[in-house]
Design a protein around this ligand. Structure first.
Ligand code: PGA
Length: 230
């Protein structure tokens, strides 16, 4: 499972051009696109091997929440999945584990597959807290839920957008910990500076089931080199 996370990049027309080109290569992939592109992207991806998702959703079903977007709106655009608790949401927008858990529940209520993102910061890793942080984020994020309905993405914060990816051994160590918490039927993706040149050795690890790709998902050729090499 290879998911591209476009973050705040691409207009609807740019999204359309990208998806049409990707479809011409007949590959299977997932794209988390900005809200304004959802409807057009899902329409372009219809009857293809490309699945479209959103990058966030409101923890509320509907109501007076100016600027927010609900799971049902996302679902009605044709999206199938949604990222929840990406580290940029946690750190820049202050999302707590409680909010993340509420969002995961909203996603499931709307029949969207939640991709629950977890990861330790540089300071937490250096303080020897990685295991505690990851265990807590996973347990709180999926509280009261059956993990088999979720996808987990492990993204060490220090590896996101920095070019410093975790070594396959470092990543596998944390993936094995998560595997122990969620069981064998939940896909666990790795994210953080994944690119064509490092994807394969990461994906060969026994508990790494896919990748969440930021920067390298913005150009078709870069993204293809990850998908085709996996
Ligand atoms: P990156 O981002 O691949 O650019 O490091 C990954 C992510 O934030 O999902």
């Amino acid at each position: 499972m290879i998911i591209g996370n476009w973050k705040m990049h691409k207009t609807p027309m740019e999204a359309k051009a990208f998806i049409e080109e990707l479809i011409s290569h007949d590959v299977e992939a997932y794209l988390a696109v900005p809200y304004p592109s959802l409807l057009l992207a899902a329409d372009c991806a219809k009857n293809s091997k490309i699945s479209i998702g959103a990058q966030n959703l409101s923890e509320h079903a509907s109501g007076a929440y100016t600027g927010e977007v609900s799971g049902s709106m996302i679902r009605s655009c044709g999206a199938r999945f949604v990222l929840v608790g990406h580290s940029e949401r946690r750190f820049i927008y202050g999302e707590t584990d409680e909010v993340v858990n509420a969002k995961v529940k909203r996603a499931l209520a709307e029949e969207l597959t939640p991709v629950l993102c977890v990861g330790e910061s540089d300071a937490q890793r250096h303080a020897g807290k990685t295991v505690d942080v990851i265990r807590s984020q996973v347990e709180k994020g999926m509280e009261d839920l059956d993990p088999k309905h979720l996808v987990i993405a492990y993204e060490p914060v220090w590896a996101i957008g920095t070019g410093h990816t975790a070594t396959p051994e470092m990543a596998q160590e944390v993936h094995a910990l998560i595997r122990g918490l969620v069981g064998s039927s939940t896909p666990i993706l790795y994210g953080g500076s994944v690119k064509g040149s490092n994807a394969k050795e990461l994906l060969l690890q026994p508990d790494i089931d896919g990748a969440l790709v930021g920067g390298a998902s913005l150009k078709v050729n870069d993204f293809l080199s990850i998908i085709q090499g996996s």
